[in-house]
Design a protein around this ligand. Sequence first.
Ligand code: ADP
Ligand code: MG
Length: 290
Amino acid sequence: RRRLDNRNGPTGLLGEIQTLINTEPMDSMYEITGELGRGKFAVVKRCMEKATGKMFAAKFLRKRRQGRDCRAEVVHEMAVLEATRNNPRVVNLQAAYETDHDIILLLEYAAGGEIFDYCDCDELLPEGQITRLIRQMLEGVHLLHQTSVVHLDLKPQNILLTSLAPLGDIKIVDFGLARKLGTVGELREILGTPEYVGDDKQETYLNVSQVNVDYSQEAFSRVSELAVDFIRKLLVKTPEDRSSAADCMTHPWLWHQYPITEPITPRTPRERSSGNKWAAPPEDPEDKEN
Ligand code: ADP
Ligand code: MG
């Protein structure tokens, strides 16, 4: 069990940031061009830097939540992003603004949207692309852990793609629950997302906490044997017995050579209830790549 960095006080939140928080309005520099996502306390909007035409994602984080001042949580999220600046699989923090209500983080824009959209749709990515993205994830997580940062909310909604067609690289976002581990203190909070850590729904909770996984032929009919073996090695309850990101990297599934037969079909991100999150890339049939 790793311990929390106690230098950050009893909350485990980092308090020191290098990034200057601008108090002048951001619309003198950036033009908002759409909405990318929405969480409980944050709205993420796509915006364009007027001087360069470059796109960014602006994450508007509410400072007051449930009647409580949460500025420290936002500053912590910024500090974690600064600590992971050298990690190519994490979005970069470019600038920050502050209004009466929000702190706004100007983040590197990941134009391909969430990996989530590939997890519950009928179109499957070629297996060779899936293993390429998983290798990038493992690289990103390994680098985080090397700098003693634990994300604690890794899920398909927080793993984005730099582009869709051709399929780009992964970028990890959302360090709201992330913590820095150190030498003193212990991380004992229950953090995460219900479907992934268990919630008050008895069955979900039991399935997650007891690691009830249906590995039947039927459930995994579209998944290769090597991939199932990889999944089995990840879903191990006792942390000490579970493979580290670096261990996972050596699994033969990730290094299997797939023939370049199926080209990727450029796809349009699924429209979601909260509206169109990002403009679809131009659909050029010549633009297929494995
Ligand atoms: P929350 O803490 O509310 O979950 P996130 O940081 O996860 O906030 O952002 C919410 C959603 O906004 C993400 O799931 C993603 O769809 C979108 N998003 C966040 N950051 C970016 C980014 N840098 N580029 C493109 N989309 C983003
Ligand atoms: Mg999120």
